[in-house]
Design a protein around this ligand. Structure first.
Ligand SMILES: [Zn+2]
Ligand SMILES: [Zn+2]
Length: 136
């Protein structure tokens, strides 16, 4: 019979699938449900706000992430597709590139709009330019 030391409280217990003693495992389950519920409501929550809000230990959260049961924005590196900087979870671009893109889109729209205006102005001019001479 193998024994293991609980990773959380240090208690010795019979080895099983978990690295925690039954007590901590049960408590961890409660924590897990609370954390998951919190993340459902606050998808962008960081480790710090999460631990603050629920009063759980950071190790508890890290362990759940380690076990693959939780996915947190802070634990998942999200790379900006444009500059390779750190992007927010769920975003393809970092904040800086998003602002830049937004600005360039806006200026592109302005260019497009002004060229359309010029285009229609010269179109309108055409009609009046070619006036037919009615009589010789
Ligand atoms: Zn324990
Ligand atoms: Zn970027």
């Amino acid at each position: 019979m193998e024994i293991e030391t609980c990773r959380q409280c240090g208690k010795v217990f019979m080895k099983r699938t978990s690295v925690l003693c039954p007590d901590c495992a049960r408590r961890g389950e409660d924590d897990f449900l609370a954390i998951r519920g919190y993340l459902d409501e606050h998808p962008g929550a960081t480790m710090m706000t999460l631990c603050d809000a629920l009063g759980v230990a950071e190790e508890t959260v890290s362990r759940l992430i380690e076990e693959g049961r939780l996915v947190m924005s802070g634990s998942q590196r999200n790379r900006c597709e444009s500059c390779g900087g750190e992007a927010q979870f769920g975003q393809k671009l970092c904040l800086r590139c998003r602002v830049q893109l937004d600005q360039s889109l806006r200026s592109a729209a302005n260019v497009l709009r002004s060229s359309l205006k010029e285009g229609s102005a010269s179109d309108a001019g055409k009609g009046s330019y070619y006036t037919r001479r009615d009589r010789d």
